[in-house]
Design a binder for this molecule. Structure first.
Ligand SMILES: [Zn+2]
Length: 66
């Protein structure tokens, strides 16, 4: 089983791009057993839908710096 760190990273990536079937399965299996990552996932989706514009602005800023 993947670590919580892997799963939270995958969930974050999944907000920006389409994950592979294997990645989505790994998240699905993990969050069934891990309430911490389940909370992270629901918060991540909440943040995405409510503050998407804000996050995009943050990404623009970090792209300018790099
Ligand atoms: Zn976990």
């Amino acid at each position: 089983m993947r670590s919580c760190r892997d799963i939270t990273a995958l969930v974050s990536q999944g907000l920006d791009k389409q994950l592979s079937l294997g990645e989505r399965l790994a998240i699905g299996v993990h969050v069934m057993m891990c309430s911490r990552c389940r909370n992270f996932q629901s918060q991540a989706h909440f943040i995405r839908t409510t503050a998407h514009t804000y996050l995009e602005r943050l990404q623009d800023e970090s792209e300018k710096k790099s």
